[in-house]
Design a protein around this ligand. Structure first.
Ligand code: ADP
Ligand code: MG
Length: 229
C-alpha cells in the first residue's frame, strides 16, 4: 500500500476582506502519496495557489486538518513549521524568485545555509543539484545573465538541493515559451524523480497537465469531480 505523504482533510481557507468573507478554498479532501506527481488545474481565482500555500506550510487552514509526513500541523509553532518546511519542502515559482545579487551557486546554496549546513556542505550539494539540471557551467552567473529557462533550472536546483519530500511548483512554465517550458518540465520531473520527492504542480497548460499521471481540477474553491478528468 502506498504511503501518504500529505493529507488535507475537510480543509477550508477563508480571507476576511473588509466586510466580505472570501471562501478561497472550501472543504477540500486531498491526499498525495510519497513520490507521486499531481497536476492542479482550474480557472484563475479557483483556489489553486491557496491550496499549494497550505501544502507548503506557508499558510494554514481556517478549518480542517493538514497532516504532512505523518505529522498533524495544526498545533505546530511557527518556528517548527518553518523548520519542517525548510527540511522537507522545495518551491518553484513562475517568476523564479532568485536573488539578483547572488550567483546561481549562491542562490542554490541559500536554503541549505538556512538549514545550518556548513559552507562546504552547502556548496557541494548545490553544485550537484546545478549539475543535475544541466546548469553546472553557469554556477558563477547571476540571474540577470541567464535566460528564463536557465533561471528556472537554477530555481529547480535550489528547490531540490536539500532533497525535499515534496516539491511544489506554481505555474513553473508560465513565464517561458512553450518549447522552453517543455524542457523545463522534463528537468523538473527528473529532479523530483531523482530526489524521490512528490511533485505537485499548478499549471494552466492543458498539454502539460495531460502529460502528468494525475490531475485535479479546482473550481470556486472546491475540487471538481470526477478527479480523473
Ligand atoms: P488561483 O491560484 O487558482 O488563481 P488563489 O488561490 O490565488 O487562486 O485565490 C483564490 C481566491 O481567494 C481568489 O478569489 C482570491 O482573490 C482570493 N484570495 C487569495 N489570497 C487572498 C488574500 N490573501 N486575501 C484575500 N483574498 C485572497
Ligand atoms: Mg495562483
Amino acid at each position: 500500500m502506498p504511503s501518504a505523504l500529505l493529507q488535507l482533510s475537510r480543509v477550508s481557507r477563508t480571507f476576511q476582506v473588509g466586510d466580505e468573507t472570501v471562501h478561497a478554498v472550501l472543504d477540500i479532501e486531498l491526499g498525495v502519496e510519497a513520490g507521486e506527481t499531481l497536476a492542479i488545474v482550474g480557472p484563475s481565482g479557483s483556489g489553486k495557489s491557496t491550496v499549494m500555500n497550505m501544502m507548503g506550510l506557508l499558510d494554514r487552514p481556517t478549518a480542517g486538518d493538514y497532516i504532512f509526513d505523518g505529522q498533524p500541523t495544526r498545533a505546530l509553532r511557527s518556528a517548527d513549521r518553518a523548520d519542517l518546511r525548510n527540511h522537507a519542502i522545495g518551491f518553484v515559482f513562475q517568476q523564479f524568485h532568485l536573488l539578483p545579487h547572488l550567483t546561481a551557486l549562491q542562490n542554490a546554496e541559500l536554503p541549505l545555509r538556512y538549514r545550518g549546513l556548513s559552507a562546504a556542505q552547502a556548496a557541494a550539494a548545490a553544485r550537484d543539484a546545478l549539475a543535475a539540471v544541466g546548469m553546472g557551467h553557469r554556477s558563477a552567473h547571476r540571474p540577470g545573465q541567464l535566460s528564463g529557462g536557465e533561471k528556472q533550472r537554477v530555481a529547480i536546483a535550489r528547490a531540490v538541493a536539500g532533497r525535499p519530500r515534496l516539491l511544489l511548483a506554481d505555474e513553473p512554465t508560465g513565464a517561458l515559451d512553450s518549447a522552453t517550458g517543455v524542457r523545463v518540465l522534463d528537468v523538473l520531473r527528473g529532479a523530483a524523480r531523482d530526489s524521490g520527492a512528490a511533485l505537485v504542480m499548478i499549471t494552466h497548460d492543458a498539454g502539460i497537465a495531460r502529460a502528468l499521471p494525475r490531475r485535479i481540477t479546482m473550481r470556486d474553491g472546491r475540487i471538481a469531480l470526477p478527479e480523473a478528468q
